[in-house]
Design a binder for this molecule. Structure first.
Ligand SMILES: NC(=O)c1ccc[n+]([C@@H]2O[C@H](COP(=O)([O-])OP(=O)(O)OC[C@H]3O[C@@H](n4cnc5c(N)ncnc54)[C@H](O)[C@@H]3O)[C@@H](O)[C@H]2O)c1
Length: 266
């Protein structure tokens, strides 16, 4: 059991597929800290994922939603408020998918129809979600919205493919919507830029295992685990971070500020 810093808060967690998912750990941690949450994922992911296990473990209802569908998002927001008994305090967007990466297309030979799909699922879904939340006025004053991102949005990591541009777009949506949510009712919007993490989405990147070891050595604190990412998310959902908004927050053991590490020369 945690310290209860989310006691009485209501949240929606996107993107828990299996027990390796970062969102899975966030849901567990939010529950341990006293929050009531609903879980959501794409209908197709519910068929082959393990979300039911988590749902039973923490007593959280599942509401299917394809994050690219406004209709599904509206239903999710309405049902979550009914189930949780009021407006929403926090939302986690933890969604990423690239058909080009999945099909191992080279960056210089991308299929642009697939690229549109990647942007829609991985980034525009964040704008859609926030727009539905904004229009329905479902967020509590001083609420918190967080999306997960990766440093390839800001620096070149060749094997990350078009996910790099997806993450740049995602981070930009956080800043721009953060303004509108902030002035209306003090809702914070931030992205957390997480270390490489061994999950279904992470392991889909070419050369992931080698890169995981490289990043671990490059980071003075080592790679941040999904459990520690979950704790950071909890802090961002709590009342202790009420003045933090429109930021891209690195949760990467120091990787983003390193130039060279002697550990890599050994
Ligand atoms: N794993 C890493 O190395 C790493 C590092 C930094 C950031 N991230 C980010 O963390 C987030 C979570 O990824 P993860 O690593 O936990 O992998 P994951 O595969 O467990 O999670 C990705 C989730 O996206 C969901 N999803 C895909 N299409 C969807 C749609 N149309 N509607 C709703 N949900 C959909 C999947 O079902 C899955 O649950 C992603 O944004 C990812 O880019 C991951």
């Amino acid at each position: 059991m945690g310290s209860g810093i989310l006691a009485g808060k209501r949240g929606i967690i996107f993107g828990a597929l299996d027990d390796k998912s970062i969102a899975w750990k966030v849901a567990e941690q939010c529950h341990a800290e006293g929050a009531k949450i609903t879980l959501t994922n794409a209908p197709v992911a519910l068929r082959f994922g393990q979300l039911q296990v988590l749902s039973e473990q923490i007593g959280a209802e599942i509401i299917p939603a394809d994050a690219t569908s406004i209709e599904d998002l509206e239903n999710l927001i309405t049902k979550s408020q009914e189930i949780l008994g009021g407006k929403i305090d926090f939302i986690l967007h933890s969604i990423g998918m690239s058909v080009n990466v999945r099909k191992k297309k080279a960056y210089t030979d991308l299929n642009h129809d697939w690229m549109q799909k990647t942007f829609d699922v991985s980034a525009i879904s964040f704008h859609k979600l926030m727009q539905v939340a904004y229009k329905s006025d479902c967020m509590v004053d001083h609420g918190s919205i967080v999306a997960l991102t990766y440093i390839a949005s800001q620096r070149v990591f060749p094997d990350y493919g078009e996910m790099a541009e997806s993450k740049s777009l995602l981070e930009s949506f956080a800043r721009s919507f953060g303004y509108h949510f902030g002035v209306r009712n003090h809702v914070r919007v931030n992205t957390i830029s997480q270390s490489p993490t061994i999950t279904t989405a992470g392991a889909g990147i070419k050369g992931f295992n080698e890169f995981f070891g490289y990043a671990d050595k490059m980071s003075p604190l080592g790679n941040a685990s999904s459990e520690s990412c979950a704790k950071y998310c909890v802090m961002m959902f709590s009342d202790y971070t009420r003045m933090v908004t429109m930021q891209n927050l690195y949760h990467d053991g120091g990787f983003s500020n390193m130039g060279m590490s002697p550990a890599l020369l050994e």
